[in-house]
Write a protein that binds this ligand. Structure first.
Ligand code: 1OR
Length: 289
């Protein structure tokens, strides 16, 4: 349980590392649960071990409240198994459901990062297995990466036309999941006919768009610039890439994997679909369901 923590002395005198004893089976499950979570990706080996040691298993039953809006933040949570709903009440209005989490999701970072009261209530809708990370370890190890990324992408994402309608918190989550990739002049980012697994927003530079028709003739389509996005079609339709996108000069893109795209861009999927209807494809009109 979360309260059964032991403290092991560390070399740094300013803090003691939290070490919650775990069985081999628990350790294995935990590694799988956090493996897919972006927050743990940038950690070096020692940080990873420290986080693994500090995480505490917490089992909750359906209906149980894990976090209450307005409360003081104590833990950050990663979901191994189960499902939880998020409710927000604003201006004394009844709480409305704003989000939900499943396996590999994580929550409870806001209060710890900003020393603010809990911004939402999180309730288990199924019996769930969570891993809880104490505030001190979260701030010491995970916060640095998270806030750096949020700062890095914040002003850029505010100016991406597609994302203006989102809540700031929704943009934070996108920033957390983005990775930057750079291409040299002429390098191909996505190739017509390939299976799509990522979505791209142009951070800097320009991209060339070409489409090859059934006779093998290549057509140049309107190019893309900073703030434009591409790669969404294959993710929405599960069809092969409809065009080739390549760097025109040096190109920097922020990319989102397919899973994160589906999860985080849900609120703007209708806008994406509407925009996609405007594509002038040479061979066929894009079919969206
Ligand atoms: P926390 O420490 O404030 C509640 O505790 C957690 O719920 C919060 O961290 C987030 O991890 C999570 N707004 C605020 N918090 C949210 C939201 C949210 N969704 C999940 N949490 N939304 C904005 C609603 C106007 C929903 C965005 C999709």
């Amino acid at each position: 349980s979360v309260s059964a923590e032991s403290m092991a002395p560390s070399l740094d005198k300013d803090y003691v590392k939290v070490v919650i004893p775990k069985s081999d089976a628990q350790r294995k499950r935990l590694e799988e649960a956090i493996h897919a979570n972006f927050l743990f990706k940038a950690l070096d080996e020692e940080q990873f071990t420290d986080v693994l040691n500090a995480l505490a298993e917490k089992r909750v039953t359906a209906g149980e409240e894990v976090i209450r809006q307005g409360a003081v933040g104590d833990f950050f949570y990663v979901v191994e198994e189960g499902a939880l709903d998020v409710y927000v009440s604003r201006g004394g209005q009844p709480a409305v459901k704003v989000f939900d989490y499943g396996p590999n999701g994580s929550f409870g970072e806001l209060a710890l990062m900003y020393n603010a009261p809990r911004a939402a209530t999180v309730v288990a809708t199924q019996d769930s297995v969570l891993w809880a990370l104490d505030r001190v370890t979260f701030r010491r190890i995970l916060m640095e990466n998270t806030s750096r990324k949020r700062r890095m992408y914040e002003s850029f994402l505010e100016e991406v036309p597609l994302l203006v309608s989102l809540e700031p918190y929704e943009r934070h989550k996108i920033a957390d999941a983005l990775e930057s990739v750079t291409y040299n002049d002429g390098e191909v980012v996505i190739r017509q006919g390939d299976v799509g697994d990522a979505f791209y927003i142009i951070e800097a530079g320009e991209a060339r768009v070409t489409q090859t028709d059934e006779n093998g003739i290549e057509h140049e389509m309107p190019g893309l610039k900073k703030g434009d996005y591409f790669g969404e079609l294959a993710l929405l339709t599960d069809q092969p890439r409809k065009a080739t996108i390549s760097a025109k000069g040096r190109l920097k893109c922020a990319t989102l994997g397919k899973k994160a795209f589906v999860r985080l861009l849900g609120p703007v999927v209708d806008i994406i679909k509407r925009n996609a209807g405007n594509y002038a494809t040479i061979s066929e009109k894009v079919e969206l369901h």
